[in-house]
Design a protein around this ligand. Structure first.
Ligand SMILES: [Zn+2]
Length: 340
């Protein structure tokens, strides 16, 4: 096993990028208290410079069955039900975009209870994935469902080889007590341990959130990416143990950094579908080149209409490249067993 921190510390610039030094130095935050890409000095966001350096200096990650790279498939479950007016609005929006399948889907049923459809789609490509559920109480911001009502759904997800993880609420990223309470709540409903985490709205504070997650007993996190930009936030396209610059010590948790969420392309970057697909292929090809892990986020309400087609195209593209298409839990377990 090679010591990646020691290798990186020999190159000050890369070490600063890896350890997210700029996020300690600047007080710039967006209205959701997130460090925005616009405040970053990293203008090579789509190049995993730190991972490249590690590979060039002897880092040799491996994957099951000699596959050359992995894709971590994830879904944040922000909502389950839609009101009649919202359903109509979604249906019309799909119709205006020219998606007849999206239009009829929304008219026919509650569009967000689509877990079976998501899993069946993934199974066609030999894939499994992670579903991150919220455990909010009535009255909390963005409370949209009672997770206690979902016991059969959660159990089916796990029975089909997928993962149930925690989607922390708006304030969980800075509140260790809340984080632990929600983890226990979800564990009680599921009847087993929860090891994976992503915070709602990708709210995250370097390095505190990592410390809280470690203390709460999580194995890994996948929040670390930008909502407003696709790419590699700290130059890494591999899972890594974060380094806390305040304590001067690594944090014993695995970060599986987020590469992109599909809604970033149209919602934030305002790029058209063909450009989004070109960029997706570029990111996947880059991760394959460095034998890394590409983490993608499709909310359950994104596996519908044109975004569902985009998702299937991605699964197909990655399956043809013989990627390991799997959940965060599988990747974290493998990474820890191998001691990378
Ligand atoms: Zn969310």
């Amino acid at each position: 096993m090679i010591k990646t921190d020691e290798i990186l510390q020999k190159d000050q610039k890369l070490w600063d990028l890896f350890s997210a030094r700029e996020e300690y130095d600047t007080g710039t935050r967006d209205p959701y208290d997130r460090f925005p890409f616009s405040a970053s000095s990293n203008r090579n966001i789509c190049k995993p410079l730190v991972s490249k350096y590690l590979i060039e200096h002897g880092f040799t990650p491996e994957y099951p069955d000699n596959r050359s790279f992995a894709v971590c498939l994830t879904h944040d479950i922000d909502g389950l039900y839609t009101s009649f007016s919202l359903k109509t609005e979604y249906a019309l929006r799909n119709l205006m975009k020219g998606s007849l399948s999206g239009f009829t889907h929304y008219l026919k049923k509650s569009p967000l209870c689509n877990f079976k459809d998501i899993m069946s789609l993934e199974e066609k490509y030999g894939a499994t994935s992670s579903f991150y559920f919220m455990a909010e109480e009535a009255g909390e911001q963005d409370y949209a469902y009672r997770v206690d009502d979902l016991e059969p759904v959660l159990k089916e997800i796990v029975d089909r080889g997928c993962e149930v993880g925690l989607h922390g609420g708006h304030t969980s990223y800075l509140d260790p007590e809340e984080m632990t309470r929600k983890k226990k709540h979800l564990e009680k409903v599921l009847g087993r341990n929860i090891v994976g985490y992503r915070n709602h709205y990708l709210r995250f504070r370097v390095p505190d959130t990592w410390e809280y997650l470690r203390n709460a007993g999580f194995l890994y996190d996948t929040t670390f990416g930008y909502p407003d930009q696709v790419g590699f936030r700290n130059g890494m396209c591999h899972p890594f143990r974060p380094f806390n610059r305040t304590t001067g010590k690594p944090v014993d948790i695995l970060e599986i950094p987020l590469t992109f969420m599909v809604s970033t392309f149209d919602g934030y970057m305002k790029i058209n579908p063909s450009k989004a697909w070109e960029m997706t292929k570029y990111l996947i090809d880059t991760v394959q080149q460095y034998h890394g892990v590409a983490t993608v986020l499709w909310h359950n309400n994104d596996v519908i209409g044109n975004h569902r087609k985009f998702y299937e195209k991605l699964l197909n593209y990655c399956a043809k490249k013989d990627a390991w298409l799997t959940s965060g839990q599988e990747i974290a377990t493998w990474w820890n067993q191998k001691g990378f």
